[in-house]
Design a protein around this ligand. Structure first.
Ligand code: FAD
Length: 321
């Protein structure tokens, strides 16, 4: 009966959505196989009370001044101490900037299997994890053979828990940081001035590409995104052209997203762009070239001029309430 630990990453005192998505998927699995889901919270434990309602059976918290600011060595040490003492069979970590940073280091420290960017989780006597490979062209099913594994999970791969969880007992653990000083320290964290919806967390994304013709026309994307309560993304072509910051870029060298709805506007659908968004639940493409590759990935396609379609779409959505 496997026990699955879930690292609850926080931002501004609240758990990231991916943390609860992982908790929910782990719970759905252990409800079939037996075993428990353990939420692991480092630092601010305000979100610990919610873990049970999100599907966790137990919550483990560790307090230390060192958790005030993220650094890979501290997080690795603390989570390694947790795994060594509690011995979960699998530790799930969000495939966020933070999770991607420390997960391989943690796996190496534990001599554990490391599987990144997972979008599926199963168990048949050993864990089987599903992940996209070759820039999303196909999927690999990875069988874990090591006694313990660290797996990165793509945000929005799993729905939240709908099972009506209950309060879970909270227990403190020793992160083993006594006398520990990391070799490198984060001295300052600068938050983007933009108060936009974070791409990797968004349920709806509207992205624009070179079909927009010029930087000023990105406003069309921002307006439609705002009307839809969506995040605004971009292809690399317009990031390289300096129209929008790199934080908007979706793709192989940008962000990986899995929203419920991805609207690609004036984007051709290069493999490197698809690598970042092909696991979206529903893809809508607007492109004037009916042979553009994006239409092969799309669930719905509008082969027309974006300068006509986008304002019309925006106006139509505004009439809905
Ligand atoms: C190593 C490497 C990494 C990369 N990483 C990324 C990445 O992370 N993300 C990424 O996006 N790209 C990445 N790229 C670049 C990628 O190969 C493409 O060049 C890029 O995605 C193209 O961007 P685009 O679709 O906006 O532009 P284009 O390919 O120029 O496509 C523009 C599209 O707009 C359409 N269009 C034009 N006018 C209109 C109109 N009026 N109405 C409707 N449609 C119109 C055209 O038909 C065309 O399909 C990478 C490339 C390499 C080599």
């Amino acid at each position: 009966m496997p026990n699955i630990a879930v690292y609850i990453e926080q931002s501004g005192g609240a758990a990231k959505k991916v943390a609860w998505q992982m908790t929910a998927e782990a719970r759905r699995l252990v409800d079939r196989t037996g075993g428990e889901v353990w939420a692991v919270v480092l630092g601010d434990a305000a979100c610990a009370a919610e873990a049970g309602r999100q599907g966790a059976h137990r919550v483990f918290t560790a307090a230390d001044d060192a958790f005030a600011r993220y650094d890979a060595e501290t997080w690795t040490r603390a989570l390694a101490a947790f795994v060594a003492t509690r011995r979960p069979d699998l530790l799930l970590v969000g495939a966020t900037a933070v999770g991607k940073d420390f997960a391989p280091r943690l796996a190496a420290r534990l001599d554990a299997a490391c599987v990144s960017d997972c979008i599926g989780l199963d168990y048949d006597g050993g864990f089987r994890l599903r992940r996209p490979i070759f820039a999303g062209k196909c999927y690999a099913e990875v069988a874990v053979e090591a006694p313990v594994a660290v797996a990165g999970v793509r945000p929005n791969a799993f729905p939240l828990f709908a099972g009506g969880g209950v309060d879970a007992p909270v227990e403190a653990f020793d992160p083993g940081l006594g006398g520990f000083a990391p070799h490198a320290a984060v001295v300052e964290t600068v938050t983007s001035a933009e108060k936009k919806i974070e791409l990797t967390e968004a349920e709806v994304i509207v992205s624009g590409g070179r079909g927009l013709k010029e930087a000023a026309n990105y406003q069309l994307i921002e307006t439609l995104a705002s009307t839809m309560g969506a995040a605004a993304g971009a292809s690399r072509a317009i990031v390289d052209a300096g129209w929008v910051p790199h934080s908007h870029q979706v793709g192989q060298t940008g962000k990986t997203v899995s929203p419920k709805l991805y609207v690609a506007v004036g984007i051709s659908g290069a493999i490197q762009h698809l690598a970042g968004m092909s696991s979206s639940k529903c893809i809508v493409a607007i492109n004037k070239d009916p042979n553009a590759p994006i239409f092969k990935a799309a669930d719905y396609g509008i082969a027309a001029d974006l300068f006509e379609v986008v304002p019309a779409l925006d106006a139509a959505i505004r009439t809905l309430d």
